[in-house]
Write a new protein. Structure first.
Length: 218
């Protein structure tokens, strides 16, 4: 079976097993961006606590974040871990949005995806996964997000190496699937759900795995 067919098969099996995931959980594109930075090295539950705290002290806009003193911002996002580091990253990111786009996210719509990705990656603390999460989930750009769950599942399926670099795993999807934002969104969310529920790092639950049949064909 060709790689495009295999990838589609895996997607359909995961979708059948878990249903639509409706990611990313946020009210606005800017909240998605905040979440993408806050979720670095922590659980989503901790991010939700940080977002709730932020709502209590400011408007969730670039200007609102920048209006907070560093100490106030750090305290608000303490639950997300590495709060001093993340506070600096949030302020840098919001200043970038203000300087480059006037703080108006709608102005980002006319810019090339590659150009915006390069700009995001130039910001301190914004790596490929965070940049691509912002592009896909906040800006509806057809960029496939790769994370540890993606590498874990697809290396076990024999479709990538467990030590593969980010761009190599991303190319597996970008080169073999149509660039559809909705599908990329849903596919990544399904991978995360599957790995959390069954394909654990240690002691995975393989019996009855919805994608077990793919292993023999990969």
């Amino acid at each position: 079976m060709t790689k495009p067919a295999l990838l589609i098969d895996i997607y359909e099996l995961l979708l059948k097993a878990y249903g639509e995931q409706s990611w990313w959980p946020a009210d606005t594109p800017f909240e998605v961006m905040l979440g993408a930075i806050l979720t670095q090295n922590t659980s989503w539950a901790n991010v939700e606590k940080a977002m709730a705290s932020l709502r209590e002290v400011c408007e969730l806009t670039p200007e609102g974040i920048l209006s907070l003193t560093p100490d106030r911002l750090e305290e608000a996002i303490r639950s997300s871990g590495y709060f001093r580091q993340k506070s600096a990253r949030l302020r840098s990111f919001c200043q970038f949005l203000k300087d480059r786009y006037g703080g108006d996210l709608s102005c980002m719509g006319g810019y090339d995806t590659g150009e915006m990705r390069a700009e995001l990656l130039s910001l301190k603390g914004i790596g490929p996964e965070t940049a691509d999460s912002i592009l896909l989930y906040a800006l509806d750009r057809p960029v496939f997000v790769v994370d540890a769950y993606t590498v874990r599942l697809f290396s076990r399926l024999g479709l990538c190496d467990e030590k593969a670099k980010y761009h190599d795993v991303q190319d597996l999807f970008m080169d073999n699937l149509e660039p559809e934002t909705g599908m990329f969104n849903e596919y990544h969310a399904l991978i995360v759900t599957h790995c959390k529920q069954r394909c654990a790092k240690r002691a995975p639950c393989c019996e009855g795995c919805p994608v077990e049949s793919v292993c023999a064909r990969a």
